[in-house]
Design a protein around this ligand. Structure first.
Ligand SMILES: O=C(O)CCC(=O)C(=O)O
Length: 261
């Protein structure tokens, strides 16, 4: 299996060739005129947003490949953004990862640095607030897992290596698992226990490198792990098909009005 790289397909082509068959693809040329590609840097964030408080995932590097250990020990701490940016040069024994900072934290002003993604529909825009920023240095990695929404991962700065497993491979990844979060695979990729997880050897995987300016479209329920190769800034846009968005609308509005999750 290989993952295509294609230059800004039309919306009709994108839905017919990738969303409908649930096929991952790397889209190029989609972000060409986004100001973020030029603007976003450590200094830009320090100057503009250094005073804000952001959620940072913090855990010891030694446990960063073992999903079970990680889920028990990682913690998310609130940090002043400028303090976090200082750690990027010298993180010591910790691994600080700004995993999913909601754009709402930045009063949505940061959205002005992004352009449009022409594949999103009015229903996605109505639901809004599903933009998250991720930032981290090379040792930041994400374990093998799946997500339940459609994902555009926009690589704004640096590179990330993604390992991708199509939806029919999940049994080889032991997903759903018995971990606290069952969409995480229990497999420690740095040290696979072949006796405990013999099927993993059969899993079909493709590795792709996401470069600055690339957008990865990842359908729901694809297995994936991610390694940060260079200091990286990326944006996750989570979305769903209009059919599912409309179906979920009553629940969404109820949660919004009652404040209950
Ligand atoms: O960039 C990462 O560390 C993980 C990204 C990811 O898992 C996702 O966007 O689904």
């Amino acid at each position: 299996m290989s993952i295509e790289r294609i230059k800004a397909p039309s919306k009709a082509e994108f839905f017919a060739n990738f969303v409908k068959p649930q096929q991952a693809v790397i889209l190029t040329g989609v972000m060409d005129n986004w100001p973020a590609l030029e603007r976003w840097s450590v200094n830009y964030f320090r100057k503009k947003y250094g005073h804000l408080t952001v959620p940072i995932q913090d855990y010891d590097i030694d446990i960063s490949t073992d999903p079970e250990h990680y889920l028990k020990n990682q913690q998310v701490v609130d940090m002043r953004f400028e303090q976090y940016l200082d750690t990027l040069d010298d993180p010591g024994d910790s691994r600080y990862y700004m995993v999913q900072a909601d754009f709402a934290l930045f009063n949505d002003e940061l959205r002005e640095d992004l352009g449009a993604i022409n594949y999103l529909s009015w229903s996605n825009k109505l639901r809004g607030r599903k933009y998250f920023i991720r930032m981290g240095q090379p040792r930041c990695n994400s374990f093998l897992h799946i997500d339940t929404l459609h994902n555009f991962f926009c690589q704004i700065h640096g590179r990330k290596r993604w390992g991708l497993y199509p939806q029919d491979q999940l049994k080889y990844l032991y997903i759903p698992s018995e971990l606290r979060i069952e969409r995480y695979s229990p497999i420690n990729l740095a040290q696979v226990d072949d006796e405990k997880y013999p099927l993993f050897a059969l899993a079909q995987r493709t590795e792709v490198m996401l470069n600055k300016g690339d957008v990865l479209y990842l359908p729901p329920n694809w297995g994936h792990y991610v390694d940060t190769v260079d200091f990286s800034i990326g944006v996750n846009i989570w979305w769903d098909t209009s059919y599912n968005e409309i179906k979920g609308m009553p629940n969404y509005l109820k949660r919004k009005w009652t404040g209950k999750r």
